[in-house]
Design a protein around this ligand. Structure first.
Ligand SMILES: [Zn+2]
Length: 255
């Protein structure tokens, strides 16, 4: 009970403050998509960013100190995904852990091929744990914010995983509003996923999207928000189901 009320108070306190001009300035300088948003979108994104920053526990890996700049740039990109969603889909996320650069994991892991495990050092740029923290490499977050044309964005990627996990499974299908929407989602994504696995997916989605359906959704989300015009042209049906889920038309933002 106490925890809940402390959390609510923290969120209220964050919203009582005006959005700092320094944060706006930082977003203008470091996030290429920020100027492409409409005034209305930016105005609605700002309070989400304030709440996100106040609501989460921020940790640096080892002696790496998390700065306000890191919080703002990560929070803004994470919140863009949920800008048009009704209640806070990130409510269950407690902690964001920021690493300076590539994170090297050790120990056994699944490879994406059923039953095949791999060992040895494994470099990653981020990770989203089910009911756990989100890990982000700051280097990668900066590069993704600056260069949307490259089609990679680790923040979009990891937070898409978090949306996927909302229904308890990481299967590339986030919670959808009704059976018809779900059926269309499954039809479109399954077809695209199998095309990718067969090497027929085209260059827009990286090979990593063919790892498993969960990675497919995370990579498709990256491309949807960073290279929307190309995605709409190349894979209109995939663009369509993502636009319906996120309730956004990022292709319309690109003049
Ligand atoms: Zn992933």
């Amino acid at each position: 009970m106490r925890l809940g009320s402390t959390r609510a108070r923290r969120r209220r306190r964050a919203l009582a403050q005006p959005f700092p001009e320094a944060w706006r300035d930082l977003l203008r300088r470091r996030w290429a998509l920020w100027p492409a948003l409409t005034d209305d979108e930016r105005q609605r994104l700002e309070p989400l960013v304030q709440v996100f920053i106040a609501d989460k526990r921020w940790e640096g890996s080892r002696r790496f100190a998390v700065t306000e700049e890191m919080q703002v740039l990560i929070a803004a990109q994470a919140c863009l995904l949920v800008l048009e969603m009704d209640h806070d889909p990130y409510h269950g996320i407690g902690t964001i852990i920021v690493h300076p650069s590539t994170i090297v994991l050790h120990g056994p892991r699944a490879t994406g091929t059923a039953g095949v495990m791999a060992d040895g050092p494994y470099p990653i740029l981020g990770q989203a744990h089910h009911r756990g923290p989100v890990l982000i490499s700051w280097d990668a977050a900066v590069a993704g914010a600056r260069h949307p044309e490259r089609g990679h964005n680790i923040v979009f990627h990891e937070f898409a995983h978090k949306l996927d996990m909302l229904d308890g499974t990481v299967d590339g299908t986030p919670p959808l509003s009704d059976t018809a929407t779900l059926q269309r989602w499954v039809d479109v994504c399954t077809r695209e996923y199998h095309a990718l696995r067969a090497g027929l997916g085209g260059p827009l989605l990286s090979d990593y999207a063919a790892t498993n359906p969960g990675e497919f959704f995370a990579v498709a989300t990256e491309v949807f928000f960073t290279r929307p015009v190309e995605l709409r042209e190349d894979k209109p049906m995939l663009y369509g189901v993502l636009a319906a889920f996120y309730r956004q038309e990022p292709a319309a933002r690109v003049a």
